[in-house]
Design a protein around this ligand. Structure first.
Ligand code: PDD
Length: 285
């Protein structure tokens, strides 16, 4: 069945959904995006994703395509038109279309706005029960990973490299420390139960799931230490997990060929997954 895709004010069958070859995202990856999970037809963490979208746009000086209320209405219309019960909504904003020039086009250039849906389970995924095996690869991305740009070639190459190694994903390493996963934030659990994750900076994306998970973890008495952690600490961790909108919290059972704990999803990781899902479903809109 053909999906309905949103392109610059129109809801179109996917085969008619088109963007100009002069779009700055096509030519320069000059655009940003958000991925929002949908469960039971409701949006999870919507205001968090929209706040980060505004920040990404602001950092790059791209005009805002619509207000948060308008974006909410478009998301809801996409859920309705696509009969989306469970899945993801992808949103992309680009600087718009202009003749190819490294210099930005005039400040009043109209941004492009595109949304599409991807149906499929987000809660009951086999990876959640089995856990992920991650390779370690050098982080060769640009220096502003805090901006959610569509410039995803290196993460995509790293994911393929991990697959070639027979793993599910890669964690990226810079100066001997883990930054994050190819499309998720990374955490380890120490022997004493403390959770360690890298602090926010230009080196990682400020995950919306990360922020909520840290809040609910603290409410449940779990200590989270924000500091960079080394490859050695990761390899000898008691547990490990990732977070993202599409995976919530998902356990990691192997890092760089070394089994983590007993090689099965760790109890704290699974508990944090449960309480995060509970909380985000409660707040879904
Ligand atoms: N990825 N770090 C990176 C590099 C990411 O691409 C993502 C999200 C995250 C987690 O952010 P959040 O919790 O807000 O989803 C961290 C999305 C899901 C994607 O690219 O599909």
């Amino acid at each position: 069945m053909s999906r309905t895709v949103y392109v610059n004010g129109e809801y179109l069958p996917e085969e008619d959904a088109k963007i100009s070859v002069f779009d700055r995202a096509f030519l320069f990856a000059d655009g940003v995006y958000e991925v929002t999970a949908v469960v039971g037809g409701k949006l999870l963490e919507f205001s968090g994703h929209m706040a980060r979208l505004r920040r990404s746009l602001g950092e790059l000086g791209i005009n805002e395509p619509a207000s948060e209320d308008e974006l909410l209405a478009i998301h809801r219309e996409m859920v309705a038109r696509n009969g989306l019960d469970e899945g993801l909504i992808y949103l992309q904003v680009t600087r718009g279309s202009a003749d190819r020039d490294f210099a930005f086009p005039p400040a009043d250039t109209v941004p492009s706005l595109v949304l599409f849906t991807q149906a499929g389970p987000v809660i009951d995924k086999p990876t959640a029960a089995k856990g992920l095996r991650v390779a370690l690869l050098p982080d060769m991305r640009w220096g502003r990973r805090d901006i959610k740009t569509v410039q995803l070639l290196y993460p995509s190459i790293a994911k393929m490299e991990a697959k070639k190694l027979g793993k599910d994903d890669a964690w990226l390493v810079e100066d001997g420390k883990i930054t994050e996963g190819t499309s998720n934030n990374a955490y380890i659990v120490l022997e004493d139960g403390r959770v360690v994750t890298r602090p926010l900076s230009h080196a990682i994306l400020p995950g919306i799931t990360r922020a909520s998970l840290m809040r609910v973890a603290a409410e449940h008495g779990v200590t989270i230490e924000e500091r960079p952690f080394t490859v050695e600490e990761a390899r000898s961790a008691r547990e490990a997990f990732i977070t993202s909108a599409s995976s919530f919290a998902t356990p990691v059972v192997e890092i760089d060929g070394v089994a983590i704990g007993d090689g099965r999803p760790g109890p704290l990781s699974m508990r944090l997954r449960e309480i995060y899902i509970e909380e985000s479903l409660r707040n879904a809109i």
